[in-house]
Design a protein around this ligand. Structure first.
Ligand SMILES: Cc1cc2nc3c(=O)[nH]c(=O)nc-3n(C[C@H](O)[C@H](O)[C@H](O)COP(=O)(O)OP(=O)(O)OC[C@H]3O[C@@H](n4cnc5c(N)ncnc54)[C@H](O)[C@@H]3O)c2cc1C
Length: 309
């Protein structure tokens, strides 16, 4: 009997633990081989128990969100992938103060998607999350990455985060103390896990927020290759430049390796054009990095995270 597997099922419930789960089912690139174990955790207690178990038996583990910024090896991941379950009931709004001074505190589990939280806020006429609502990540992933778009970043709206620290304790800290910077934070660097967060929003109307949401979604649709699997912008923006422009100027628009390609619609996106493997995608990425460096002596750093390599 596999004691580790049995113990995971004991903690998380048998229906929430999968063995040899294909990660292509859980990543927006739609690539990636099997993780030894894939566990959906109903709450922080389950997540903490599973992590403690992994540490005890020295099993590698990885906490993921929606997999929208993740490239998983074709050979999979020899370890346990853990994920916080979506919990719509955890999304709560509280109006604080009155009149001109009034604002809204929105709280949510980190397992919920930004689109779910942003849509709920929009329906109530609470503004501030519009920039984030079209980002296909979970709140946890967005906190780790300090995700941003259209002039907004998570650090503009997030006040507090409940974290699970590497020593297994749960505490509430200010987001500022997690040092959110361009697509980075202490969550990523120090293996802390975001469990929930509070965001400060403002009072508006459903119509106004709805108009803004539609405007930003239309902008995404017109500029991004949303018809193909991808992980969004593959590279970080090098200081003083745009990755997409450098890639275009290096003559790499449409550059292909196997089924992976530099999108012609947005040169900053590597897309799974036609049944790509992770190896194809990585092939495009490394070729682009090499050629852009040769031409401009600028290093393109990956924004996408890699698992199992
Ligand atoms: C079509 C498309 C458009 C995109 N547009 C944007 C955009 O406009 N702006 C932008 O910033 N990004 C964009 N992205 C990238 C991606 O959606 C973001 O990086 C997002 O924040 C990742 O969240 P996730 O839940 O999918 O995280 P994952 O991809 O699952 O994980 C990413 C990293 O976050 C860590 N992580 C996940 N959950 C937690 C947690 N609870 N606690 C601690 N660490 C955690 C993981 O360990 C991993 O290192 C886009 C992606 C796609 C596919």
């Amino acid at each position: 009997m596999n004691e580790f597997f049995e113990q995971l099922k004991d903690y998380a419930g048998a229906e929430n633990v999968k063995e040899k789960e294909n990660m292509s089912l859980h990543t927006s690139f739609r690539v990636g081989g099997p993780a030894d174990y894939y566990v959906t955790c109903e709450n922080v207690a389950v997540l903490a128990q599973c992590i403690a178990l992994c540490k005890r038996v020295e099993e590698p583990y990885f906490v993921m969100g929606n997999g929208s910024n993740l490239l998983v090896n074709d050979n999979g991941y020899h370890g346990t992938v853990l994920r916080l379950k979506e919990d719509g009931n955890s999304i709560q709004f509280k109006v604080v103060g009155e009149g001109e001074e009034a604002y809204v505190l929105a709280t949510s589990s980190a397992g919920n998607s930004l689109s779910k939280i942003g849509t709920a806020a929009g329906k109530l006429g609470y503004a501030g999350m519009e920039f984030a609502t079209g980002i296909p990540g979970s709140l946890g992933g967005a906190l780790a990455m300090n995700a941003g778009a259209y002039g907004g970043e998570m650090k503009d709206i997030v006040t507090e985060v409940v974290v699970l620290t590497p020593d297994g304790s749960v505490k509430t800290v200010s987001y500022e103390s997690l040092e959110p910077s361009y697509r980075n934070s202490r969550l990523l660097r120090e293996g802390m896990i975001a469990i929930a967060a509070t965001m400060k929003l403002s009072l508006s109307t459903p119509e106004e927020v709805g108009t803004k949401l539609k405007e930003l979604m239309d902008a995404r649709r017109s500029k991004q290759p949303l018809d193909y699997p991808s992980a969004g912008s593959t590279f970080k923006r090098p200081e003083g430049h745009f990755a997409g422009k450098l890639i275009q100027d290096a003559g790499l628009s449409g550059y292909r390796v196997g089924g992976a390609m530099v999108s012609e619609k947005h040169n900053g996106f590597v897309i799974n054009y036609d049944h790509a493997t992770a190896e194809d995608i990585l092939g495009v990425i490394t070729d682009v990095q090499k050629k852009v460096y040769e031409k401009f002596q600028i290093s393109l750093e990956m924004e996408v995270k890699m698992l199992g390599f």
